[in-house]
Design a protein around this ligand. Structure first.
Ligand code: NDP
Ligand code: KPL
Length: 303
């Protein structure tokens, strides 16, 4: 199976590296120092589940002239979505599945407008990973709980093939016949906790165990659920209990990729997370005052 990683940073590097280690044919699209390091020294993954060292990988900055992919794993940050969506055009054929693990809910629409809903498999992952230095990916914690599905809910043979391959690679991936509520549920939680961990600089667990701050998180989540509702997506009410359980028991050091980026001095993707809640709320006539504060407060740090 031929897999292309569009955006071989923390998340794409982790998935691509483990898939390559498991024997898949993987091509990494990357750029800058990280691309150079991968081309000269390969890719390393540091993980509690076992380190991986690939001494040589196929890494490029432009896929023009390369073979069509069975799957593209789409893992660029929100601000890079449109450019990356065009960059992959040469390797997207009529049967290529584009699996989007981005946080945010606008990336899949951009991909579907360009390649059709039949090409796009939305996904949600709880794996946490980052580039530690060029050519080296750090998998934070041991988790990789991931759900992916066809846009129309079909349990297709390509979806099953992808799930089988990723399980073989040691990733905890499952297929879903109703992926849209899954990605919105993750978005409800991520929009809230990426903003709060970034603004407070605190780990998830401190937020989850401070009643006043947890209440603020719940109020922010309720705004995103109202936006989902206006888009015709029902987010299960159980999400509040599930999130409380998660954030009160998560590893005490856990933040979010956005808070980690902020701490590392990188531009953050708040425009496509809380900024998206703010914009969609305005379009749909749903008030989102807390997410609007998040968006405006984080704007100076946005990509
Ligand atoms: N990291 C995580 O644990 C998780 C991340 N996510 C989501 O996944 C997405 C990716 O996140 P993450 O892995 O942290 O991001 P990273 O910044 O670590 O990785 C993205 C990579 O894509 C590269 N890139 C962007 N555009 C191009 C391009 N046109 N050509 C070549 N390379 C390109 C970036 O290069 P450069 O650095 O030069 O910009 C970067 O190396 C985000 O939406 C995030 O919210 C979801 C779950 C977990
Ligand atoms: C891994 C997880 C769920 C943590 O919030 C995430 O999506 C991120 O930080 O980007």
């Amino acid at each position: 199976m031929r897999i292309v990683i569009m955006g071989s940073g923390g998340l794409g590097g982790l998935f691509g590296g483990l898939l390559a280690q498991a024997g898949a044919e993987v091509m990494f699209i990357a750029r800058g120092d990280h691309l150079q390091a991968m081309q000269t020294s390969g890719l390393k993954i540091m993980s509690q589940t076992g380190d991986v060292a690939l001494s040589s990988v196929h890494a490029v900055d432009d896929p023009t002239g390369e073979s069509v992919a069975d799957f593209v794993i789409f893992t660029v940050k929100g601000a890079d979505t449109r450019a990356a969506c065009e960059l992959i055009a040469p390797i997207v054929g009529p049967k290529t599945g584009i699996i989007c693990f981005q946080n945010g809910i606008e990336g899949i629409d951009i991909l579907a407008d360009r390649y059709g809903t039949g090409a796009v498999l939305p996904g949600a992952t709880f794996a946490l990973a980052m580039i530690e230095k060029p050519g080296v990916i750090r998998h934070v914690g041991a988790g990789s709980q991931t759900t992916v599905g066809e846009w129309n809910g079909e349990m297709s043979s390509r979806l099953e093939a992808f799930v089988t391959l990723t399980k073989k690679a040691g990733l905890d991936v499952n297929g879903s016949d109703d992926i849209h509520p899954v990605i919105w549920s993750k978005f409800v939680a991520f929009a809230t906790f990426s903003s709060l961990t970034s603004l407070t600089r605190l780990p998830l667990r401190t937020i989850g165990t401070t009643p006043e701050t947890l209440q603020l998180a719940f109020d922010a989540m309720a705004e995103v659920i109202a936006v989902a509702d206006a888009r015709g997506i029902k987010v299960p009410a159980q999400i509040f209990e599930d999130i409380k359980e998660f954030v009160q028991n998560v590893d005490p050091a856990w933040k979010t990729s956005m808070a980690n980026d902020l701490a590392a001095g990188k531009a953050i993707e708040s425009d496509s997370i809380c900024g998206s809640v703010h914009r969609l709320g305005q379009e749909l006539g749903v008030p989102t005052p807390i997410n609007t504060v998040f968006y405006r407060a984080l704007k100076p740090f946005a990509a």
